[in-house]
Design a protein around this ligand. Structure first.
Ligand SMILES: [Zn+2]
Length: 305
């Protein structure tokens, strides 16, 4: 995956809280009640309807509690163009976020809808959100209450060291595109359809597989979608190996894989919240091959794969 060198990056789509120290919360904070465990640690979608976060008071967008200050000055000075994204990891993440949101802005506009940009918060250790407090243990997540994405970038190292993925920038892009898929669902009202929290054909699994599919849809358009109106695409090339690295990641964060390899070894379908590895690969591929969000009809099919 390569970025076009002369395309500008928009660091305002990120809120860098890594320098604020402390993170503002002590100890481990359980999100998602009893169901969190190891499964919830991965791309866990914080869903208050499921009792995911009890009584979290929504913060307004951009609001950060004391001890967590946003300071984008370093990002802004380091990440100016796609050239920086080709050499600096933080800048590559910014570029990917710009590309994902550029795509959805266009896609919503084509349907006469307005896409509201969602910032991604970089944090270290722990963070307070509109959905309550979270530690890095939960993995990257999207909070519907404040419409923001949260990520401790050390998760990407964990993907390779703990989950055994190949890693790479495009594998990371898949993770981010999945979280933005939840933002799209939030805006379209899909998140409200979720009633059953777990099980192989639960609404939760359908929501997660749809987010994987939306990630694939973005990947289809990534090299043609302009970063800003009328501009050049931020992403110049995506290779077969890149797509393979996204599929490889999807295959290692399925519920069955995690339960078998990283949990107790026993696969318990009743606890599924994200879908199997095979399903996650299938729905990313469905989105990637079609390039059409309408193909991501996980709520209307009897065949989730
Ligand atoms: Zn998710």
């Amino acid at each position: 995956m390569e970025f076009n060198e002369d395309v500008s990056l928009d660091t305002s789509q990120v809120q860098d809280m890594r320098g604020s120290g402390g993170g503002g919360i002590g100890g481990r904070v359980a999100l998602g009640g009893g169901g969190l465990g190891i499964v919830g640690a991965i791309l866990y979608f914080v869903l208050s309807q499921l009792g995911g976060v009890g009584g979290g008071v929504p913060l307004s967008t951009g609001d950060v509690s004391s001890g967590e200050q946003v300071n984008n000055s370093e990002l802004a000075s380091e990440c100016k163009t796609g050239k920086d994204a080709n050499t600096n990891h933080d800048c590559a993440v910014v570029a990917v976020i710009n590309s994902i949101q550029g795509y959805w802005e266009d896609q919503f506009a084509r349907s006469n809808l307005t896409y509201e940009q969602a910032p991604t918060n970089f944090f270290r250790g722990g963070v307070s959100t509109g959905c309550g407090s979270a530690t890095s243990d939960v993995g990257p997540f999207y909070c519907p209450a404040d419409s923001e994405v949260y990520i401790d970038l050390s998760f990407f190292q964990e993907l390779t060291s703990r989950f055994g993925t190949q890693g790479g920038t495009f594998a990371e892009a898949y993770v981010l595109a999945h979280e933005y898929g939840h933002h799209v669902q939030n805006q379209l009202g899909t998140s409200n359809r979720v009633r059953e929290g777990s099980g192989p054909t639960s609404d939760s699994v359908r929501l997660e597989l749809q987010a994987d599919c939306y990630a694939g849809v973005w990947a289809n358009h990534a090299t043609t979608t302009p970063a800003s109106k009328g501009g050049k695409p931020l992403i110049r090339t995506i290779t077969e190996a890149d797509i393979a690295s996204a599929l490889d990641t999807a295959s290692k964060i399925g519920d069955d894989y995690i339960q078998r390899e990283l949990g107790g070894g026993r696969v318990d379908e009743s606890q599924f919240t994200h879908g199997t590895s095979a399903q996650r690969e299938r729905w990313f591929r469905t989105g990637y091959e079609s390039g059409d969000p309408n193909s991501c009809n996980t709520f209307d099919t009897n065949n989730l794969g």
